[in-house]
Design a protein around this ligand. Structure first.
Ligand SMILES: [Zn+2]
Ligand SMILES: [Zn+2]
Length: 366
């Protein structure tokens, strides 16, 4: 099959048309990829900074939708021809974590697939006869992916697959951070630092909660109009005085602050921009350095939280988000600023790196 392969860190992806993908094993499903968004975590993997992309060669891409091509033995959740989104995780429903009512803490072997290996410990991809690793167990910059059936969520007919792919990472992470992790209350004041693809979905989530003010900050002023279009109430260009500026504008700080930049210094600023008793959430992939937080600020009943993949459960949250997209309460199409065929993926990656795109999507079904 055709796929874009990461053969060395810090280098462009290599387009190959001879990547081998094995038949799906028991409980596994082969999905023909329709669309795959390019996310900041893919760039982090290219840069050798992702803890889940240590082994090469790798096929990146983890925000995808497609059509079920073939099912392995015992698969009951989907059938060939089904339109699906490939979620970043699935849960088994049987382990101690699942049974205790926290399926997000599932510890079954299906979770190993996030490191690129299936539950038998092997990978389904080969390049030049050698094992290759699908990023986060998906690897959707390719014509096909082989994933565990628990990761697949059916897509309603009314939702185009190109738009639906965004739900798998950017949308579920941004909206989930607001609804699941922060549990933003109606009428609250919200600060979102970082107006990229995920940040815009934090904005959409805040709109859904009925926040009274949604302040969006980014170092790049060109990104701010996009945030206003999705429901921000005010914007500002982020600088070192961000916490002070927001504190003044909100009489002591916001109720909830979201850092969507992945920079430790920005997360500390977001935390400092919360009011006494406020909550700051680190959204998306974490920085590789310590976070500096003043104990005095923490003392005044503030909360600092992390949030992996939207802090929820894809099998529960993705169908809800799909319904909201169909009814127009969530904008997916408005997030897509560029669509490219697989051949042009490196050009699109360069454009994403430059900060010009909210979301660039690789379209694989012509
Ligand atoms: Zn992502
Ligand atoms: Zn489990």
């Amino acid at each position: 099959m055709r796929a874009a392969v990461l053969t060395e860190f810090h280098a462009p992806l290599v387009l190959r048309d001879d990547v081998e993908i094995a038949d799906p094993g028991p409980g596994e499903v082969l999905v023909r990829v329709a669309a795959s968004g390019i996310c900041g975590s893919d760039l982090k993997a290219i840069d050798g900074k992702s803890p889940v992309a240590r082994e090469l060669p790798a096929v990146l891409g983890h925000e995808s939708s497609g059509i079920v091509e073939e099912i392995g033995a015992g698969v009951t959740m989907v059938a060939p021809g089904d339109r699906v989104v490939v979620a970043m995780t699935g849960h088994c429903g049987r382990c101690a974590g699942c049974r205790s009512g926290s399926p997000a803490a599932c510890r079954s072997p299906i979770r190993q697939s996030q490191l690129g290996r299936m539950r038998d410990g092997t990978t389904r991809l080969r390049v030049d006869g050698m094992a290759a690793y699908p990023f986060i167990g998906i690897g959707s910059f390719a014509e096909y992916v082989c994933v565990n059936e628990e990761m697949l969520v059916p897509v309603p007919d009314a939702l185009p697959l190109d738009a639906a792919c965004l739900l798998a990472c950017g949308v579920v992470t941004g909206v989930g951070a607001v609804l699941n992790t922060a549990e933003v209350q109606p009428g609250s004041t919200v600060l979102v630092v970082g107006a990229g693809g995920v940040g815009l979905n934090v904005v959409q989530g805040a709109v859904l909660t009925g926040a009274s003010r949604i302040i969006v900050a980014d170092v790049n002023p060109a990104k701010l109009p996009g945030a206003m279009a999705l429901g921000a109430t005010e914007t500002l260009v982020a600088d070192d005085a961000l916490a002070e500026t927001v504190g003044k504008a909100t009489d002591g700080g916001v109720d909830y602050a979201f850092d969507v930049t992945g920079h430790a210094g920005v997360l500390a600023q977001a935390f400092a921009a919360t009011r006494e008793g406020g909550t700051a959430v680190m959204v998306g992939s974490p920085p590789n350095e310590p976070i500096s937080v003043l104990p005095q600020q923490l003392f005044f009943n503030r909360t600092l939280k992390g949030c992996a993949g939207g802090g929820g459960l894809p099998s529960r949250d993705l169908p809800r988000l799909m319904a909201m997209a169909v009814s127009g309460r969530l904008d997916l199409g408005g997030l897509i600023t560029r669509q490219v065929p697989l051949e042009d993926i490196n050009t699109a990656i360069t454009s994403v790196r430059s900060g010009r795109e909210a979301r660039a999507v690789v379209s694989l079904l012509a």
